[in-house]
Design a protein around this ligand. Sequence first.
Ligand SMILES: [Zn+2]
Length: 297
Amino acid sequence: MSKKKSTILGLLGILLVIIVAIACTKYSQHQKQLQEQKISAMKKQSSKKVVAAAKASSIAKQKKENAKWKKYSTKISFPILMYHSISNVSGNSLCVSPEKFKQEMQWLKKHGYYTLTAAEAYRVLTTNEKPAKKIVWVTLDDGYEDNYTAAYPILKKYKIKATINLITGQIQNKQANKLTVAQLKEMKKSGLVSYGSHTVNHLDLSELTATEQNYQIKNSKSWLDKTLDQNTKYLCYPSGKYNSLTLTEAKKAGYTIATSTEEGLASSSNGLLELHRVRVSPNLSDTGFQNLLEYGE
Ligand SMILES: [Zn+2]
């Protein structure tokens, strides 16, 4: 064999090895791709199954909850408790200590009280049905940060639902001692805490013009709706002050229920946008607390 021929054969040999190597790599890549596609299809399938199972369990839970609701022939009235700050500031009627708040929440649990959300309160008031013999709606006004640091752990401990009424301008301005958006979202996720509007700036609505009231009532709702991904239907009047313009603006903005600070049990005869509440003062005895719940005073 000439030297030239053997060089050509040698080169052809190398070329063949390269072609085989490329073919092998391509084949193994293709196999890997097929494997990956298979795994991802399996994952999709199983996540679909998980979603379907979760959906079915939530429907079953809803059905079970619905079954508990019973219609009554006499008009239902119930207490809407009003708290503000949960902190140890003595002499301030707006501050209930964490110890006292804990005792009261424990008392509710022990005595079989069902704690309502705003939506459930609306259902009670409009259908005269309730999910348990004893019901109560726990509300906290003004959005103090201690609602997260002090009240929230207690609500979780006793599985008590509560509604916090937020002054949206203060949260937007990141005011000290007030809740942050991250805290709001975390509490909402627990399913225990829901939110109502306490207007943008906590002004006396009865002193404002219709345009000013419209701003306070409507803008707080749209901020809450957008920030917390909800349809806010509950409004709490700052210091309980309102007038006929307020009722018109609240209705127009899409609220279905609103609370004043008028003392007493709430019932549909108050008017859905003028519900009474009961103020929980800092040093209430057990009997005092029981009277508030039963008689609204
Ligand atoms: Zn307030």
